[in-house]
Design a protein around this ligand. Structure first.
Ligand code: GTP
Length: 388
């Protein structure tokens, strides 16, 4: 091989795209779309989660044959802009050793990440800057639920009162900052809103961020040429957008944002519960008994009560993987296969579907919201056990 050519190839800097979006906006849906469909783009994905329990989707990434995709790199336990920052740099280092396998890196941040702080990783670490560059920041916005987290702005836009209710998620500052910092905004879930609401939502985004490219999508299906390889990131623009935010002072006075406390090099506030708790948001993780099977129809009815009638507090986001009874009960026991089911819910909309080839050792369900009643949730799940 020509030595000068291989040297040139090794000097090519890899574009990195940062993906943000409030809980349930559709970030994982976008990753699945990118990874599972044959677009011709070779993309490595790094997924950041608050905790391992929240990373329930990785087993669900499957290729065209239905086999689990192994090339999704998980970065649990913390947020990218703080405790997981070193992990991100280390993971990029490892990825770059195999850079003949991909042309783009996509980094999914947690739903409450501060995109400005995530971006700083790329210019603060000089070694990294010579091998990768920040290509752009994407922000996904949930057109259907956005009034739950951008609610306070509804007055100036005439955004409908209906839907805001008392169910604000309390992530307004984070959500606005994610929109403001974006080079590309994707207004997702447009299938769930009427045309007038879609136009109002787009106008609201335009007011917060007039310069970003604005795309609209159903199930995050966007042309990849519109989101990758754009060379869109501009440090000065980012600084200007952030300065213009009225909520910036509020973040600093409020003492959340990045006023995290540390000990022994560990960020005390980056644990899932504390990070969410700093925003008044709670999470409840339910784990089924080992070997227990849950009836998907019972789970469906139970969740309808929980999400629609608020019987266990205000649940904004739920997700889980659970074990259901074998499909064909006529089969002899040695031939029956336990069916795994995936639960996904955002706001009042939820779905339960069979989880491909994902095997679930123990059922898990995570609820995120406010005023959650753990005991009520636990009793509800127990009542969904499949009868023998
Ligand atoms: N109707 C509809 N549902 C969507 C669309 N995009 C995503 N969803 C659903 O919204 C739910 C949440 O999507 P995810 O992709 O898991 O959201 P996320 O941003 O990764 O969520 P977190 O991991 O909690 O931050 C899933 O049930 C998706 O199927 C869309 O355009 N339309």
């Amino acid at each position: 091989m020509d030595a000068s050519l291989s040297e040139d190839a090794s000097q090519v800097r890899i574009p990195v795209t940062v993906l943000t979006g409030v809980l349930g906006a559709g970030k994982t849906t976008l990753l699945r779309y990118i990874l599972e469909k044959p677009h011709g783009y070779r993309v490595a994905v790094i997924q950041n989660e608050f905790s391992e329990e929240m990373g329930m989707e990785a087993p669900l990434f499957t290729d065209a044959n239905g086999d689990t995709i192994k090339d999704v790199y998980e970065l649990p336990n913390g947020c990218l802009c703080c405790s997981a920052k070193d992990g991100l740099i280390g993971m990029l280092d490892v990825l770059l050793e195999h850079k003949n396998r991909f042309d783009y890196v996509l980094v999914e941040a947690t739903g409450i990440a501060d995109p400005e702080a995530v971006c700083e990783v790329f210019w603060v670490d000089e070694g990294l800057g010579s091998r990768v560059y920040l290509d752009g920041v994407l922000s996904l916005v949930d057109a259907y639920n956005m009034s739950s987290y951008l609610g306070k702005r509804k007055a100036s836009h005439g955004y409908p009162e209906e839907g805001a209710k008392s169910t604000s998620l309390g992530l307004e500052a984070e959500a606005i900052k994610q929109v403001a910092c974006a080079d590309v905004l994707i207004l997702n879930k447009v299938d769930l809103v009427a045309e007038a609401d879609r136009a109002r939502a787009a106008a609201m985004l335009r007011e917060i961020n007039p310069t970003a490219r604005l795309l609209e999508s159903r199930f995050a299906e966007v042309p990849l040429g519109e989101i990758l390889g754009l060379q869109a990131f501009d440090k000065d623009r980012l600084a200007a957008s952030v300065l213009g935010l009225p909520v910036l002072e509020e973040r600093e006075e409020g003492g959340h944002g990045h006023a995290h406390s540390h000990s022994d090099g560990h960020c005390n506030d980056c644990e899932a519960g504390k990070l969410l708790g700093a925003h008044g948001i709670e999470s409840v993780l339910l784990q089924g008994e080992a070997g227990a099977l849950y009836d998907p129809n019972k789970v469906r009815s139970w969740l309808a009560e929980v999400l629609w009638e608020g019987t266990a507090g205000f649940v904004y986001r739920c997700k889980g993987l659970f074990r259901g009874p074998p499909e064909d009960e006529e089969d002899p026991p040695e031939q029956t296969t336990i069916v795994s089911h995936a639960l996904q819910g955002v706001g009042k909309i939820f779905e339960i579907e069979q989880a491909g080839k994902a095997t679930v050792e123990r059922s898990k369900m995570l609820f995120i919201g406010r005023g959650l009643q753990r005991d009520v949730l636990a009793a509800g799940l127990k009542a969904c056990l499949a009868s023998d």
